[in-house]
Design a protein around this ligand. Structure first.
Ligand code: FMN
Length: 372
């Protein structure tokens, strides 16, 4: 049904999936897989089910293989046991009337030997991304990774394919490829961290190759309209040297142009979190999403810092088709109802973002304004 004042609350047809509204829960790593096998837990199924009134949930980033692990207590989706755990989560969400995509990620050079049984992490080149890795002993500086061989790149792409299959077996409704700054894919896209001279380096065509090879692999398993990808073209903080440069705008133009052939569920784009003045992407500061809208005819899921008001504005303007919310979902499991009935929003406690078991995870109450 149309909702002239709040398009955010309109039902939305995403391929063959009917979303109850245009509110998407963005992926939130919460570090609650506190077991050695990185299995999803019952706590997680409760947490996600609490948030099922949103049009679509994107799961926290999950690992596609052992080498991709770069943060403690984050669940994987590369073993059969993990698949069994995720089944409980997807069932709980579906029983509560929601839809959930699995976010598939690989942290590449952002990992740490402490998380890799003492082995060096891997990256496109042996270049330290100069960021931080969340190890069992807290945040540590990243190290210089080992350059991936072409065979390893191909194997990693197959790991994405297997993870996509695992997500399907686990009952997810689709997948999102995690390609925001800090992860392996942007390390390939960036000239600062990719000094390769083979078919995965140097030119824009070569540096972006891995994106399309991963999408080609996962769309062997899923119809393309159940596959999405998330990028953060202008992220400046906490990303070490993987920062936008003078080729970023043309590189993303190239990617989006090619993605038009993929008929994806959506491209999820993270907006600027800081002033872009004086950077190579300064021209994106104004009308950021209009720029991407003009360069991509498929569906756009807009993210970063949206409120109910600004989300309705961008949907009305047509610069995005859906809007995702991250932090607001931490303390507001019933965010959609709060938007609908104009209820106050609760504040989240950053101390429990990545630890605390049930505290600050499933303990935030709903507003009590239950939907009939
Ligand atoms: C605690 C926390 C964990 C996050 N984990 C992920 C993640 O696993 N994958 C991802 O793509 N983004 C992750 N993000 C980024 C969010 O998905 C989102 O892009 C960001 O919070 C901006 O949206 P917001 O302003 O609505 O919060 C995380 C953000 C927070 C605050």
């Amino acid at each position: 049904m149309k909702n002239a004042s709040q398009p955010l609350l309109e039902e939305y047809q995403l391929g063959d999936l009917t979303l109850k509204n245009r509110v998407v829960m963005a992926s939130l790593t919460r570090g609650r897989a506190t077991n050695p096998d990185l299995l999803p837990t019952m706590l997680m199924s409760e947490y996600y089910a609490q948030r099922a009134s949103t049009g679509l949930i994107l799961s926290e980033g999950t690992w596609v293989n052992m080498q991709s692990i770069g943060f403690i207590n984050v669940p994987g989706i590369y073993t059969q046991e993990q698949v069994e755990g995720w089944k409980i989560v997807t069932n709980a969400v579906h029983e509560s009337g929601g839809l959930i995509f699995s976010q598939l990620g690989h942290i590449g050079a952002g990992a740490h030997p402490d998380l890799q049984n003492g082995e060096l992490p891997v990256g496109p080149s042996a270049i330290n991304i100069q960021s931080k890795s969340f190890t069992p002993e807290g945040f540590k500086d990243t190290v210089t990774p080992r350059e991936m061989t072409v065979t390893e790149i191909h194997r990693t792409i197959q790991d994405y394919r297997q993870a996509a299959q695992n997500a399907k077996d686990a009952g997810f409704d689709g997948i999102e490829i995690h390609a925001i700054a800090g992860m392996l894919i942007p390390q390939f896209l960036s000239k600062a961290t990719n000094h390769r001279t083979d078919e995965y380096g140097a030119s824009i065509e070569n540096r972006t190759r891995i994106v399309f090879e991963i999408l080609d692999a996962v769309t062997e398993v899923w119809d393309s309209h159940r596959v999405a990808i998330k990028f953060s073209p202008v992220m400046l903080s906490n990303v070490g040297i993987v920062k936008p440069d003078e080729e970023t705008i043309v590189l993303f133009k190239y990617i989006l142009n090619k993605l038009e052939n993929y008929n994806l569920a959506f491209v999820h784009i993270v907006g600027p979190s800081e002033d872009l003045s004086g950077t190579d992407v300064e021209e994106l500061q104004k009308d950021y999403f209009t720029h991407f809208r003009n360069n991509y005819r498929g569906r756009i899921l807009a993210n970063l810092g949206f409120s109910k008001e600004s989300a309705n504005v961008i949907l009305k303007k047509g610069d995005a088709d859906l809007v995702s919310f991250g932090e607001l979902f931490i303390a507001n499991p019933d965010l959609v109802e709060r938007f609908k009935y104009n209820l106050p929003l609760s504040e989240s406690d950053p101390n429990t973002y990545y630890s605390g078991e049930d505290n600050g995870y499933i303990t935030y109450p709903k507003s009590g304004y239950a939907e009939s």
